[in-house]
Design a protein around this ligand. Structure first.
Ligand code: ADP
Length: 179
């Protein structure tokens, strides 16, 4: 685990299954339909309880790429799930960077509105959506540092699913935090 303190906020990089984390909110790498799919989305839907989470997502309707929506956490240890829709990677000229930054920014804004003090993110868009991992980690870390500057969060967790991903995020974090 790597932890960087930025103002009053601890930013951590860990390797874990995000569905097990005891934080106020976990972020889901959702799709525009908020339907539940593979990867972390499927894991969150299974652990939260498929029927109730699907019903809550259906009531919301959907979410544009680069934005986020919030539901209850149901059977998760987390109180809330923030459903963030990252972009599919195409070639880097289709606004992918801004859309990914938007997914993080909207997630933090929505979380703050719901008095969330601790929040965990998966590496949005870097699985099935194919975003280059280094580039995505730099964007994720920049948004975490900006959110820490707001003073609204005690703990921000970048929850990686492999030690290789954790190394990529940890080096982005130490690099960006000291630059
Ligand atoms: P996307 O469609 O946004 O690319 P994916 O779910 O395919 O979303 O992948 C996003 C990231 O989530 C990947 O790094 C993947 O390894 C990771 N991941 C998959 N399952 C979990 C889990 N249970 N906890 C944390 N991260 C996970």
């Amino acid at each position: 685990m790597t932890t960087v303190r930025h103002g009053d906020t601890a930013i951590e990089v860990i390797t874990a299954d995000i569905t097990t984390l005891k934080v106020d909110a976990v972020v889901n790498a959702a799709n525009q339909q908020l339907k539940g799919g593979g990867g972390v989305d499927g894991a969150i839907h299974r652990a939260a309880g498929k029927a109730r989470l699907q019903e809550a997502c259906r009531a919301i309707g959907g979410c544009p790429t680069g934005e986020a929506r919030i539901t209850d956490g149901f059977d998760l240890p987390a109180r809330h799930i923030v459903h963030a829709v990252g972009p599919r990677w195409k070639d880097g000229t289709k606004d992918e960077d801004d859309l990914l930054a938007g997914a993080y920014r909207h997630s933090f804004a929505l979380a703050a509105e719901h008095a969330v003090r601790s929040i965990a993110f998966p590496a949005i868009s870097t699985g099935i959506y194919g975003f280059p991992k280094d580039r995505a980690a730099t964007i994720a870390v920049s948004q975490c540092l900006a959110a820490a500057d707001s003073g609204k969060f005690e703990r921000i967790v970048l929850c990686c699913f492999s030690s290789e991903d954790a190394e990529i995020h940890a080096s982005a974090l130490t690099r960006e935090a000291t630059s």
